[in-house]
Design a protein around this ligand. Structure first.
Ligand code: HEC
Ligand code: HEC
Length: 233
């Protein structure tokens, strides 16, 4: 069960990172067996469709930052904070590289839900920048640091909006998300979360997600990936 299987690594550093990542995902590493990531996020990194988000195919720099932010109490969460604190920095880096390298899911069941206008267009009168400008027209994400939102469970996304409103989650660079969410009505938050859940994170399993090797290299250079995550506006 603990072999590096279908995630080819191109050199020894990648191979070591991949092996450690898989081990932490399956065993919980320093966080202990009770906290093995797969037990909540799934063997395929797809989450539980409710409060546990998918990790598969997410940007590695974004995931790495989240683990650090949980550990540093910038994104306090009753489940993830204690887990992140108990992992070493190397374990955190390796395990998210493992998940980031997995293929993003293809969302087959496409209910037709209309895209909320505020997501695509923002609302100048209320100072809302279009969400799409940072997260893409279909929530597919836009470069390092601006995460994909497509296919995340509506309950998870809605909970993130609530935490920004209350400023419980305060790990967004330059307060971009705190500002984006503050003017939204509850109706808009519900509509955006419901629509995002229906979006497909990838067109096909081969649509060019990060390879194990690319993710591993990015994870091996935390300074670089943290440096480019800030949107320049
Ligand atoms: C007991 C269930 C559970 C376990 C075990 C668990 N997680 Fe989580 N994870 C969650 C929940 C619930 C959330 C959402 C928390 C929130 O709203 O901030 C989450 C969120 C995350 C996120 C944030 C994703 C995003 O899109 O922002 C990352 C990264 C993550 N987990 C990684 C891990 C890793 C790595 C492990 C193993 C070391 C792990 N989790 C173990 C339940 C779990
Ligand atoms: C200026 C760029 C920008 C704009 C505009 C923006 N976001 Fe974000 N968003 C970000 C960044 C950067 C993050 C990651 C913050 C972090 O590191 O935790 C983020 C994170 C998120 C997350 C959390 C994803 C996860 O996996 O936990 C959600 C949900 C989200 N944004 C929704 C929205 C919505 C809805 C809007 C419009 C109302 C919006 N964003 C507008 C930049 C932006």
């Amino acid at each position: 069960m603990l072999t590096a299987g279908c995630h080819p690594a191109t050199n020894q550093t990648d191979a070591a990172l991949t092996a450690t990542g898989e081990l932490v995902a399956l065993s919980g590493g320093g966080a202990g067996a009770r906290n093995a990531c797969f037990s909540c996020h799934g063997l395929d990194g797809q989450g539980d469709g409710d409060s546990v988000p998918r990790l598969a195919g997410m940007d590695v720099g974004y995931l790495q930052k989240q683990m650090q932010d949980y550990a540093d109490d910038l994104r306090p969460d009753p489940v993830m904070t204690p887990i992140a604190k108990r992992l070493t920095e190397d374990e955190r880096r390796a395990v998210v590289a493992w998940y980031a390298a997995m293929p993003a899911p293809v969302n087959e069941a496409r209910r037709e839900v209309r895209v909320p206008a505020v997501y695509l267009e923002g609302d100048a009168a209320r100072g809302i920048i279009p969400c799409a400008s940072c997260h893409g027209d279909n929530g597919q994400g836009a470069g390092p640091g601006n995460p994909a939102l497509a296919g995340q469970p509506a309950a998870y996304t809605l909970e993130q909006f609530r935490r920004w409103k209350r400023t419980d989650r305060r790990n967004d660079p330059r307060g971009v998300m705190t500002a984006a969410v503050a003017p939204l009505t509850s109706g808009e938050m519900v509509a955006i979360a419901a629509w995002l859940e229906t979006r497909s994170p990838s067109r096909s399993p081969d649509s060019g997600g990060p390879t194990a090797s690319v993710s591993a290299s990015a994870a091996a250079e935390p300074a670089a990936s943290r440096g480019i995550r800030r949107p320049d506006r």
